[in-house]
Design a protein around this ligand. Structure first.
Ligand SMILES: Cc1ncc(COP(=O)(O)O)c(C=O)c1O
Length: 406
């Protein structure tokens, strides 16, 4: 397997590659599969004039009331070590949030504040995976999650979503269940899905939870986009069908809902049996996220509903714009996403996503994410984040049109 995208297609600018074996880095690091999305992003950044819709974040800044709460708590002296599982106020506020949004009672001992959704994923995986275990992952999927599984020395088994124009993206549960073997330790499901915008239906969530319970395997559900849903206020959650002591981890984050990507703040919900396990892993890791930022998180959950709604309206309008422009372009095919802020599309006559994303950077200074980064299903696909301002979106769509006409 090539270690880098730059070994598979000729690039105008190159990134330096260093031999890894000479330095005796861990074998697992040397064997990590290439992250073509990240590599193409870095390649695009070499152009000072790049317009990037390759990464998953909006253009709005974190709302002032959240930032002020964090700054105020720093000024008031919340700058010391906090409990590894998170400050009590935030664990309680997350519990309150589940009670308000989902009518669920999640006690605070099942809630861990983490330094991002990504960290929550690492903690969950590290707590259950042994070398050689298999994780069945529904794909396409955000590549970093697959990388996290590889880093935990487990093997990813991919089960692809299917798609038709009439039914959109769907998951065949029989196919999912038949991928589970005696080596399977967990199923990894991102709902709503980055990059497709597919949302798992409540009855499917229940069937998967029942199956996992019967087979004694874990579910790791990434629900980071649970508030980024069009036509609904939130997506269904695994927590709604689970028993408190099910082998279930739910990952969430402040990044997308509250425009807090740079804060690196998220959370993990698990069974109470995991409480001391996660505590100990976090203890030997970074001992939890910064203390005062967590008070910003409290404020976000407590008073962030209007902001969530205003972001949703902007993204819904941008989605209409993208659908309209793609239709007029004539060469682009895309299933309208139910959620998230990603347009995941194919271009007629462009079967290789790396060639096309590279050409977009070289010719139009437009950076988008290549579909092959999201799983073995998707080398003919491209992902565009549409959480940007209208002017940036229009500019990007113009550049895409020009490239596809050329
Ligand atoms: C599915 C999914 N999970 C997690 C994350 C990362 O969240 P965080 O910024 O909290 O690490 C992303 C970011 O794009 C994502 O798409």
């Amino acid at each position: 397997m090539p270690r880098s995208t730059f070994e598979t297609i000729p690039m105008k600018h190159t990134l330096e590659a260093h031999p890894m074996t000479d330095f005796q880095f861990r074998t697992v690091i040397q064997k990590l599969s290439p992250n073509q999305g990240a590599e193409m992003l870095w390649y695009g950044r070499k152009r000072p004039d790049i317009l990037s819709l390759a990464q998953g974040e909006g253009s709005l800044a974190t709302p002032d009331f959240i930032t002020h709460a964090a700054l105020k708590s720093a000024e008031q002296g919340r700058t010391f070590y906090a409990p590894v599982q998170g400050v009590p106020e935030l664990r309680q506020e997350i519990s309150n949030y589940y009670s308000r949004i989902m009518n669920l009672n999640i006690p605070t001992n099942r809630i861990f504040v983490t330094g991002s959704g990504t960290t929550a994923m690492h903690l969950a995986l590290t707590s259950i995976l042994d070398e050689g275990d298999e994780v069945v992952a529904v794909t396409p999927i955000w590549k970093n999650l697959l990388g996290a599984v590889e880093l935990a020395q487990a093997k990813v088994v991919q089960v692809g979503l299917q798609h038709t124009e009439d039914r959109g993206w769907t998951l065949d549960l029989d196919q999912l269940f038949s991928a589970v073997t005696h080596k399977t330790k967990a199923m990894l499901i991102v709902t709503p899905s980055n990059p497709t915008g597919w949302v798992m239906k409540r009855e499917d969530i229940k069937s998967v939870m029942d199956f996992a319970r019967e087979r004694g395997i874990w579910i790791i559900a990434d629900e980071v986009y649970h508030r980024t849903v069009f036509d609904q206020t939130r997506s269904p959650s695994f927590l709604e069908v689970a028993e408190p002591e099910d082998k279930l981890y739910v990952i969430n984050s402040f990044s997308k809902s509250y425009a807090m990507t740079g804060w690196r703040l998220g959370w993990l919900v698990g069974p109470s049996a995991a409480e001391t396990v996660i505590r100990d892993i976090a203890l030997y890791d970074n001992m939890g996220p910064p203390t005062f930022t967590q008070l910003g998180g409290v404020e976000a959950l407590r008073n962030g509903e209007d902001f969530i709604e205003s972001q949703r309206q902007i993204w819904a309008a941008n989605l209409d714009l993208v659908m309209d422009r793609f239709q007029k372009n004539g060469r682009i095919r895309m299933i309208r996403p139910e959620a998230t802020f990603y347009a995941f599309f194919q271009v007629d006559g462009e079967p290789n996503c790396l060639t096309l994303t590279k050409r977009l950077i070289d010719e139009q200074a437009l950076s988008l994410a290549p579909g092959c980064a999201f799983g073995k299903c998707c080398s003919g696909w491209i992902r565009m984040c549409f959480a940007a301002s209208e002017s940036k979106m229009t500019d990007a769509l113009d550049r895409l049109d020009r490239a596809l006409r050329a």
